[in-house]
Design a protein around this ligand. Structure first.
Ligand code: GLV
Length: 326
């Protein structure tokens, strides 16, 4: 009889994580790059003491029922955890964990890249070359907007927001932010960051970057009214979660010239993208690449594995998800 705990991994993760998990228990891992269906996930997690999940895995009552009462931990290989019903986990004594920290720099790089790509029309320029359309250097050809001396408004000043601010400062931008609470005075001073109400931030920023978590409070935080409140010369960047922005309202604002452009790494109904966005030349669209570096994904897998095995060993995991007050 084998007493090693069953550990289920619901999607492909780097070996750096699998090797740690294999040491700690009987590993059953989804072995395909295709996303497992809920039924396939439920089959996989049946009888598991630990489930290591991806952001494409829905951890809801049905998942928890399928796993069974021996489940102790759900270790998400992502910083965002809107795929997990954390309260439902807590009610059953299941601890949920995520992977903050290790993907901060990679995600901030992508936000900075999107800001540069959108303001300097890089996607549009690349499409011209690839289409082999005739082009010629010209004094007024494909002019974008400079970001030096402009204000970056960061919505959600957590680790990724701060890492983006650090980059933007080097590019000569001024930093405004809106957050549930002010960041520490030392971080404010380091970043020269000014706390603003959402209204003030939207009305005064040249680029607005979304860096807050997605939850019931932030669903459609940026809708028609917020987009209308932005400057017509301003850009929106989203590397957080698609549904923080009302995508249909964004398409209308872009088509109506209410804002100058956008850079998006995430989409409301991912992997579907609103067809209106595809038609907007002044939008940069990339497929959820925030944490997509070899090093970052390995670090995420390692952290998730440590979270899982700590819980199995009765030790506090490095990065537990706070349980919401019910
Ligand atoms: C990616 O989107 C993550 O939440 O880690």
């Amino acid at each position: 009889m084998n007493a090693r705990p069953r550990i289920a991994v619901t999607g492909r993760i780097p070996d750096a994580g699998l090797d740690i998990l294999r040491e700690a228990g009987e590993l059953v891992a989804w072995d395909s790059l295709d996303v497992a269906s809920p039924q396939q996930v439920h089959e996989l997690v049946r009888g598991a003491a630990a489930a290591v999940t991806l952001l494409t895995t829905k951890v809801d009552e049905a998942f928890l029922d399928a796993a069974g009462a021996q489940l102790k931990v759900v270790a998400n290989v992502a910083v965002g955890y809107n795929n997990i019903d954390v309260a439902a986990c807590a009610r059953r004594g299941v601890l949920a964990t995520n992977t903050p920290g290790v993907l901060t720099e990679a995600t901030a790089d992508i936000a900075m890249s999107l800001m540069l790509m959108a303001t300097r029309r890089l996607g549009e320029g690349e499409r011209v070359i690839r289409s082999q359309a005739p082009w010629q250097w010209g004094m007024f050809y494909m002019l974008g907007s400079g970001i030096q001396g402009r204000q970056l408004g960061i919505v959600g000043m957590g680790e990724i927001g701060c890492a983006l601010a650090r980059r933007a400062r080097v590019f000569g931008m001024d930093i405004a932010y809106s957050n549930r609470r002010p960041v520490s005075p030392s971080i404010e001073a380091e970043l020269g960051a000014q706390l603003m109400s959402m209204d003030e931030l939207l009305a005064t920023s040249d680029v607005v970057s979304i860096n807050c978590p997605y939850n019931a409070t932030t669903h459609h935080l940026i809708g028609a009214a917020e987009l209308a409140a932005m400057k017509p010369t301003a850009y929106l960047v989203n590397t957080a979660r698609g549904a923080i922005v009302d995508e249909a309202a964004l398409v209308a604002a872009l088509q109506g010239g209410e804002i100058a452009g956008a850079g998006l790494d995430v989409f409301e109904n991912e992997p579907a993208v609103h067809p209106g966005l595809l038609e907007c030349e002044h939008v940069v669209l990339i497929p959820h690449l925030g944490s997509a570096t070899i090093e970052t994904r390995a670090a995420m897998a390692r952290l998730a594995a440590h979270n899982a095995i700590n819980v199995l060993s009765g030790i506090e995991p490095p990065t537990p998800i706070p349980v919401p007050a019910e």
